[in-house]
Design a protein around this ligand. Sequence first.
Ligand SMILES: *[C@@H]1O[C@H](CO)[C@@H](O)[C@H](O)[C@H]1NC(C)=O
Ligand SMILES: *[C@@H]1O[C@H](CO)[C@@H](O)[C@H](O)[C@H]1NC(C)=O
Ligand SMILES: *[C@@H]1O[C@H](CO)[C@@H](O)[C@H](O)[C@H]1NC(C)=O
Ligand SMILES: *[C@@H]1O[C@H](CO)[C@@H](O)[C@H](O)[C@H]1NC(C)=O
Length: 959
Amino acid sequence: MHNHRLSILLCISLLGSAAQSALAAAGAPVQQQAYAVSAVAAGTASSLARTTQLSLVNEQLQQYGQSFEQLTVQVTPETASRLHVKVAPTGQQLWEVPESIVPRPGSEPGLSSSSLQYAVELSQPGQPFGLTVNRKSNGQPIFDTNGHRFIFKDQYIELTTNVPEDADLYGLGEVSLPTGLLLPRDGTVITMWARDLASAMPYVNLYGSHPFYLQINRDGSSHGVLFLNSNGMDVSLNKTSLTYKVIGGLVDLYFFTGPTPEEVIRQYHQVIGAPAMTPYWSLGFHQTRWGYQNISVLEEVVANYTAVDLPLEVVWSDIEYMSTRFWTMEFDEHRYPAAKMKSFVEGLHEQGQHWVAIQDAGVAADKGYKAYEEGTRDRVWITDHKGKDYLGQVWPGKTVYPDYLDNANTSRWLVDNLQHMYDKVPYDGLWLDMNEASNFCSGMQCKPNRRNKTATYWLEVETPRDYNINELIPLRTTCQMSCEEPAADNKWESPPYNIQNFDNTGMRENRQAGLGWKTIAPSALHANGAREYDAHNLYGTAMALEHHAAVEKITGKRPFLLTRSTFPGAGRFTAHWTGDNGVNWENLYMSIAGIINTNMWGMPMVGADICGFADMAFKEGGSPDVIPESSLRELCNRWASLGAFYPFSRNHYAYFTRSHEYYQWPDVAAAAKKAYSLRYQLLSYIYSGFFLAHVKGGTVARPLLFTDPSDVDARNATAQWMMGEALLVSPVVTEATTTIKPHFTAGAWYNAWDNTRMTLSKGQAVELEVPLGDIAVHYRGGAVIPTQPYAKVTRDIRLAPVTLLVTLPAEPAGKSEAAGPLAPYAHEEVCAAAIEENEGQLVSCGLLYMDRGDDIQVSADNTVQVWYTAVSSADGRSGTLSSTIKAHAGDAAGKLRIAAVHILGVPAAEGTAVPAASINGRPLAAAFDETAGVLKISGIELLVGEPLDITWTLGSFSG
Ligand SMILES: *[C@@H]1O[C@H](CO)[C@@H](O)[C@H](O)[C@H]1NC(C)=O
Ligand SMILES: *[C@@H]1O[C@H](CO)[C@@H](O)[C@H](O)[C@H]1NC(C)=O
Ligand SMILES: *[C@@H]1O[C@H](CO)[C@@H](O)[C@H](O)[C@H]1NC(C)=O
Ligand SMILES: *[C@@H]1O[C@H](CO)[C@@H](O)[C@H](O)[C@H]1NC(C)=O
């Protein structure tokens, strides 16, 4: 075991000076550290950046190749809350995440050192390497490598930071953890190497790579760390530290000082890019399945939703629409004839509905297929290490893979082929699948095995006309090609350090798989010279980037994309779903962490497959099992209620899974109807949250703990989530359960179904009865929440009259301690000012944002952005509501109006209530609902662009 005290003593005696900086005292002596500081170059007058040279003094780790002799450390304060530290071998050009995929913002001009919220300490010349970053205000450590070795080789980097035992960590992925959102600190290793493995499988690396974590300290202060590196990596977590083991690239660290969790996330997104604005219609409900075998079945799905009077905004097509050989971007002439699809989709559009089509990463290598022949002519494919088109096997059989990394040929090819598809059927969005990239074979290069007739048959057989694929798919997804195996010493295929990229034969105790396992060979090449070994984790993001540009060009509208594989920055282009989950309760629970993590990663538009994708569960050490029919129905009922509050709400499942559209069971349909009716009434509130994330970065779905980071009991309340600043969703996540004890942070909370109030002086669990078909949803006190009447398609809601819900907070402004609950929208200018200016009063605040729904750019020139501030007396019986108009333009201006205001949490007075209200001096109708404590003001009829000034009181008359 590492003896910390001993190393301190050794350090002092060896260096001979107790006066050296605290970091040196805590660090290992030179002999125990690979690198020592050799020189420090001061920053220039115009920049706070500093450069430090490190020299190898001790080859500490004999394995994994030789360490670099000289390293350059660049420490660059970029903003008051963001520090950039980059370590690279001196004078050498190594792979790093390309700016074309993740453009870096650089430093803010004119930054002064006094404004920095952090202090950086690097060892003095002659001393062993050590890096500490502290929070300047209180000296609290943010990052601290002291006491740990730092190794930097061509294919192995090791870096460790101390993490206080009582701090909590969140955000590394993509992985499904049965324990939920909070990262376990028990030696768990989170591996980052994108691959096509069902998210139903816990603990293993999944589709995306996100080397970002959020740390929340005991006192509620938080910070974030990004290790911007696309190479394969293991991150191990234990009680006292976090260790990165990375197999290439550079040490490229960004630190974000928050100090609130939501500010950390915003600061992070300022580096990787704020999320794309999602089209308004995409907030409606989506239905899809892998295996709607022909267009008539798809039409039936739409008709069946209509028959039970449930909203269906978007219907999707999985790979069954593709031609008999699964040619992506082509329609099957028997099952999904393009002409029929065109009129079907036009019919959907007339009803205000939409259609989204899947796209696969792999392109069938078939003669006579336009996309393949043109791509081959234009050299669009990734090549093997010898420069020949790399062949793998996916649904179509033999496939090639478009090279989306900085390849102008591919961009042109994509626009041309997506236009060709759009001309046939005007899709509303695209679903980018299998883009890890998936390959059912593994090898340096693969080719059909002509000598084996059975293998060749399964590789080339056409999809049956009735889409009966039960026999076809298992054999198609088994490698039927013969592939060249890499030599054991191939440095790209078998690097010296094996990240924990296990195969799928077991769980944590499973077998090591090579990096090339079921993906494009790591030795394969991109046209720009990049090797797949380095660029692998970027495939899905590069594909999304190119599709975003192409769809924008083709449709002239804001693209809607959904991708499976992601890397930091993907959210600038695309939404994400959590992949192939299981039809079981564990996966319902894990979906909540999946949604929250993806929001932290900059993709607020995220959902899990509602009711589960695959009818099986992966149990650690156990065999897959299938839940019984009665349980499936209950699960789907609960999941419908919960999924209605995912940012991206889609029911999806596999051809081999039991049908679970909401209309399959009346009670599930009723549960869905109830939950979606509330969601649809809140669309403008949810959309306003997306707008804030789009312009400032940040989350839409987030952990409850973000409302009060100092509430330690909220840290692991991960069966709940906040949708934006003011809506808490507390679903039932276990079977045969009608009583739950969700956590609530201190303050006022309002039951969204009956508006009744609950006031908590401190965070606590509250017992709630939640019968099947119901879900606990609460509004936070201190918000203004726009609502509109329910309609079956979003088109009919967007400009409908708005009722503003004003939720009175528990405490007057200015009373709360520095550490305590954060008021809703406390980070927003208008709301922060209202809180500041109205000490002693109850302040509620919120935003109404609206636009045309699918404009490419949103700005003050084509949107409505109105902030509402309600200031009420401390007794909650009188107040005012006023608006701050930040933008009033575009299609919603002149149409969107405020019809009513409901003040929630007004205490009844003795005697008969006498409610009164007026707007700009004109009296308004006012009524008081004494049971719920809601004062309802109606007859307002004011365009949102007209200044609003409402005064209200609840007087009383006793007699
Ligand atoms: C967090 O909650 C989950 C689910 O209830 C539980 O399994 C886990 O042990 C909890 N972790 C901590 C650290 O309390
Ligand atoms: C945690 O990991 C670090 C780095 O590998 C190691 O030095 C330390 O001993 C570990 N601590 C515990 C409590 O396991
Ligand atoms: C639609 O509903 C009908 C009548 O209940 C049912 O027979 C059919 O299977 C349903 N179709 C689909 C695709 O769910
Ligand atoms: C030929 O391919 C089939 C299907 O993949 C496989 O089961 C069989 O073992 C192969 N035969 C030989 C001789 O490799």
